[in-house]
Write a protein that binds this ligand. Structure first.
Ligand SMILES: *Cc1c(COP(=O)(O)O)cnc(C)c1O
Length: 405
């Protein structure tokens, strides 16, 4: 087998993620490795924890990375918090809610599901009723679901969960950085993310944060691995059912004990640290505002072109918009031409929205004026040739007018 050196085509990734990584993140990833207990490495780990406290807006000590894509963070939190038989409430309003349900079921939870039509979100009253009906130990809900492009308002849910004795977990993979998120102010006990959306990195590392209450539940089940255990170390009768995702041990690895666990994925730590630096340098409110600005410019251009939007626009995420595929227009042909002629990728949809809705993202490194204008210009040409009657120049013109307002 003779394989050529890697030389991927030039693409502008304007779908629901992954997006193009910020060049600073790619440079950080090419830095040389150091040993796991080198003071430089433990220093980088501590800095990464501090950076992500700012990103999640929390003072939680337990703020760290799990190696793996976003769902590694979800699995780590679920398998560490949930004991077989625990009641878990999962309000589902899109594809990733179904994923939370599935992972909770695989952890042996008694899962209660309430569902909302895709493109809508739950009211506080609906969530409170569901909590009262199911009396869960954990409420697990997606914040922004890229599958439907809407975000569930969470500001009041933490207090509601606390009132009824439940922990609150949320998946912020798609929303963090692009939309306001306040782990502490909203009373969130556990939140996980990934780098490949608004954080401007590649997939492969999952930043997460755990409140002291969540840490207490996890540490109650602590079991130190046999080969590194010393006299007096914890051995639980109900150990966490995964070694790799055992957050009680991972916390000891990231904490002052530096207890050996997996070998931290060093290049991904470099990436996650650089994503954190980028966001903290810009400031979280400014990062969110940038996503709001360019996301709104994109929407303004799409609407001016005569396209219809999908989902409840009052809760649309700043960083991704659902566009109704016009009648008579071939979904795959349009996306194929966008990619072949312009090198631009936009997203299709899953489940009930497949073939009906495109998802166009403006996130992370690609939440910029030039990327918005290029995408609108290209889409307009491709749609006109596909038979859709958009007025020439309408999308780019409207976006430019919006920017100059
Ligand atoms: C994109 C997305 C993910 C992605 O999970 P990976 O394991 O990184 O592929 C998870 N959750 C939500 C809500 C997402 O939008």
């Amino acid at each position: 087998m003779h394989a050529l050196p890697i030389d991927p085509p030039q693409r502008l990734l304007m779908g629901p993620g992954p997006i193009n990584a910020d060049p600073r993140v790619l440079r950080a990833m090419s830095a040389q490795l150091v040993g796991q207990y080198d003071p430089a490495m433990t220093g980088y780990m501590n800095e990464t924890m501090a950076l992500y406290r700012d990103v999640f807006r929390t003072t939680n000590d337990a703020t760290l990375l799990v190696d793996g894509t976003s769902r590694a963070g979800i699995e780590a939190v679920f398998v560490s918090l949930i004991e077989p038989g625990d009641r878990v409430l999962v309000p589902v309003f899109g594809r990733f809610g179904h994923l939370l349900r599935e992972i909770a079921e695989r952890c042996g939870a008694e899962v209660h599901v309430v569902e909302r039509e895709w493109g809508t979100v739950f009211t506080v009253a609906e969530l409170e009723k569901a909590i009262l009906d199911s009396q869960p130990k954990l409420v697990a809900i997606v914040h922004g679901d890229t599958s439907t492009t809407v975000a569930q308002p969470l500001a009041e849910l933490g207090a509601l969960c606390a009132k009824h004795g439940a922990l609150l977990y949320t998946d912020t993979t798609a929303s963090l950085g692009g939309n306001l998120f306040e782990a502490d102010a909203w009373g969130v006990d556990a939140a996980t993310a990934g780098l490949q959306k608004c954080l401007a990195g590649p997939s492969g590392s999952s930043p997460l944060t755990l409140s002291p209450s969540a840490v207490a539940v996890i540490n109650d089940r602590k079991s130190i691995e046999a080969g590194i255990r010393v006299a007096g170390d914890a051995v639980s009768a109900q150990p966490i059912r995964s070694n790799y995702f055992d957050l009680s041990q991972i916390l000891d690895y990231w904490g002052p004990k530096r207890l050996n666990h997996h070998t931290e994925a060093t290049s991904m730590l470099y990436a996650a640290r650089e994503c954190g630096r980028l966001m903290v340098e810009e400031g979280m409110p400014a990062v969110v505002e940038r996503h709001r600005l360019h996301g709104t410019a994109m929407v303004t251009g799409l609407v001016a072109m005569g396209l219809g939007l999908f989902g409840d626009q009052s809760v649309r995420m700043n960083n991704v918009v659902g566009v109704r595929i016009p009648e008579g227009v071939n979904d795959a042909a349009v996306r194929g031409t966008m990619l072949q002629d312009f090198g631009i990728e936009i997203g299709t949809s899953f489940g009930p929205l497949a073939g009906k809705v495109w998802r166009i993202g403006t996130m992370g490194y690609n939440a910029r004026r030039d990327t918005v204008l290029l995408t609108l210009a290209a889409l307009e040409q491709v749609l006109r040739r596909a038979g859709f009657a958009a007025t020439a120049g309408s999308g780019v013109g409207a976006a430019l007018d919006f920017y100059s307002e």
